[in-house]
Design a protein around this ligand. Sequence first.
Ligand code: PMT
Length: 401
Amino acid sequence: MLKDKTIVLGVCGGIAAYKAVELLRLIKKAGANVRVVMTQSALEFVGETTFRVLSENDVCTGLFNSKESSVRHIEWASEADAVVIAPATANIIGKMANGIADDALSTMMMAVTSKVMICPSMNTYMYENRAVQRNIDILEQDGFFILEPGTGELACKTSGAGRLPDPVLIFDRLVKLFYPKDLKGKKILVSAGPTREAIDPVRYISNHSSGKMGYAVAEAAEKRGGVVTLVSGPVSLSPPIGVDVIKIESAKQMADEIIKNMDDADIIIKVAAVADYRPSASHDKKIKKNGNLTASISIELTENPDILKMVGERKKERQFLAGFAAETQNLDVYALKKMEKKNLDLIVGNIVGVKGSGFEADTNKVKFFFRDGTTHDLPLMDKAKVAHKILDHISARVISS
Ligand code: PMT
């Protein structure tokens, strides 16, 4: 999303100014051209050289000290695809809310027409000060995106709100600014990952699902404005930012959580690879080996509830229900059968067992089958891209209905 975009990073004078260096690196790594504007107070905390070297651009520290142009702040404002101010002090917030332009950053902000994200960071009492809160409200009403500060111990030894969020979080929210908000306010329930069916306290039956596909769907839906709940089996992925994650282990627990959360949902997308069977009895003590290499032991299995089928039976007219079908062969036949049996609006047929597609891979090869008979066969692509393709189609159907 940030590739070849021009991002202006405004840095103000706060102890958190050092975190702006890491933020700059993340934005550069995403392929953007970054221009840094520093206030005079910011220069007291971090050197201009650091930002110049890492941004590979001149740093703007004043209105009149550019060798190239005396209207650089106007050029930078007009060429910006987005501006992020991190950390934003009470001073810049006050100036922007009240139309004051008396240095390079505040003057440039007067001319900015792009998306702007402001990341307040200061002492808790300053942050809670009525004037500061009033100014933040004004900036929000003016259409600026305010990233709430984190809470915790601050450099001034007080504890409370005012910490500049982690650069990874700021970066993620900056990227979000660039996505369409076609799913704004839509409640989206996603399932991801495998389930684990306990044999005894240390062993289980499961599958190779890494959660990558389901997490990509949840993340993409959140970026597009959805209010996302993700019911996730055990995976080693970080929770997608802004998504409410409910962790479960077994198919039974997944069924409980999906049924509990489905009534509220506008869109339900079941990506999880649910174990079809569980051991009929789970031992409460570890099963010990008996040392007899010729004897066999058996585990009796019981079928798990088909969660998607249960959801299909309960779903209301206004709800859109999508499932996945992981198949090694006869994709069309099996996928269409599942769509019918589980009362789905969409089934994403997923080719598994080939390199680069399905379980654990970063890419996926899928084909969409809609209830109205339309199909879309996609080439192999990143799971993030597959997720957005799924949402493009669902959004077109949900919004137009
Ligand atoms: O997690 P990754 O490593 O990224 O891999 C992604 C994936 C291959 C797991 C994913 O893309 C995928 O194809 N998920 C569905 C896998 C599957 O188990 O398909 P299925 O044909 O068994 O089930 C069909 C549908 O019914 C699925 O939506 C499944 O969530 C649902 N189901 C299945 C069994 C069951 N007891 N309850 C269910 O809800």
